[in-house]
Design a protein around this ligand. Structure first.
Ligand SMILES: Nc1ncnc2c1ncn2[C@@H]1O[C@H](COP(=O)(O)OP(=O)(O)OP(=O)(O)O)[C@@H](O)[C@H]1O
Ligand SMILES: [Mg+2]
Length: 242
């Protein structure tokens, strides 16, 4: 379970309220899509709820661990794919994956199996010996994804993960995200691609100007909005009436 309660986060000494009293819960086994326009506060919420950014008020619990009081225990079960592919690019792909495995205490047998599995899935096995700085944008994205799930976290968080991936890789990633939720894990991702969110998610939330505007299961939404696509609904919630 991921529980966020009354999260508020400001920047610039309080001048910019990026996230305003946001509460939401994601249950084990769910794929959760976090939607909202540019600047709505998605990345800020994500970085706050996984302990990268300090926040002023609110509480976050990750599968029962309090993010502030039990931060190491909480962080051990989180995997994060940032939106900007920042990665140690002097390392080769395999060095990076081994580094991440060591940080998270993944034993030799498990890391070998997972590197083989995900390398094959993302068609990256032949490039793992290359330095990451020589990777293309999509290849960097894939090594970040692999590095974030090498320890099979209970909470896998991805900030706009489809950006820059080719169609086959998007397809493979969606399938992996869907499969990943079995056994009670959570996949939490932000996206602007509403078609993907509509097809993939069990639950979605829409954030607008730092405030949570919608939090619903896809099943409930379909029942209530049967005549409208998620795109139309999203625009009616966040749009300026055009
Ligand atoms: N480091 C920062 N310093 C000051 N303001 C910031 C900083 N990072 C983000 N903001 C502001 O916080 C608000 C939320 O930004 P955030 O990056 O969380 O939005 P987002 O929903 O992820 O947008 P996008 O879809 O463009 O990625 C915006 O008003 C943004 O200008
Ligand atoms: Mg963002």
């Amino acid at each position: 379970m991921l529980e966020i309660k009354n999260l508020t986060k400001t920047y610039a000494g309080g001048a910019v309220k990026a996230v305003d009293d946001l509460s939401l819960t994601v249950s084990p086994g769910e794929i959760f899509g976090f939607l909202g326009p540019n600047g709505a506060g998605k990345s800020t919420t994500i970085k706050s709820m996984i302990g990268i950014l300090p926040f002023e008020t609110g509480n976050v619990k990750i599968f029962g661990f309090d993010l502030k009081k039990e931060s190491i225990e909480a962080k051990k079960i989180i995997g994060f794919v940032p939106d900007n592919n920042v990665v140690y690019d002097k390392l080769t792909g395999i060095e990076y994956l081994n580094f991440m495995s060591t940080v998270y205490g993944v034993d030799d047998g498990a890391r070998k199996k997972r590197i083989e599995k995900y390398g094959a899935l993302f068609n990256l096995s032949d490039d793992l010996g290359k330095q990451i700085k020589k990777y293309s944008h999509g290849m960097r994205q894939k090594i970040c994804i692999m590095g974030a799930i090498i320890h099979e976290p209970k909470l896998w968080v991805l900030d706009e993960p489809m950006t820059g991936l080719d169609p086959q890789s998007v397809f493979d990633l969606k399938k992996l995200m869907r499969e990943y939720c079995v056994n009670g894990k959570i996949v939490f991702f932000s996206s602007h691609v509403l078609d993907v969110a509509e097809k993939l998610c069990d639950r979605i939330a829409i954030i607008n100007k730092g405030r949570l505007a919608v939090n619903t299961t896809m099943a409930e939404l379909k029942e209530k909005q049967s005549d409208r696509s998620l795109e139309e609904y999203f625009l009616s919630v966040t749009g300026d009436g055009r």
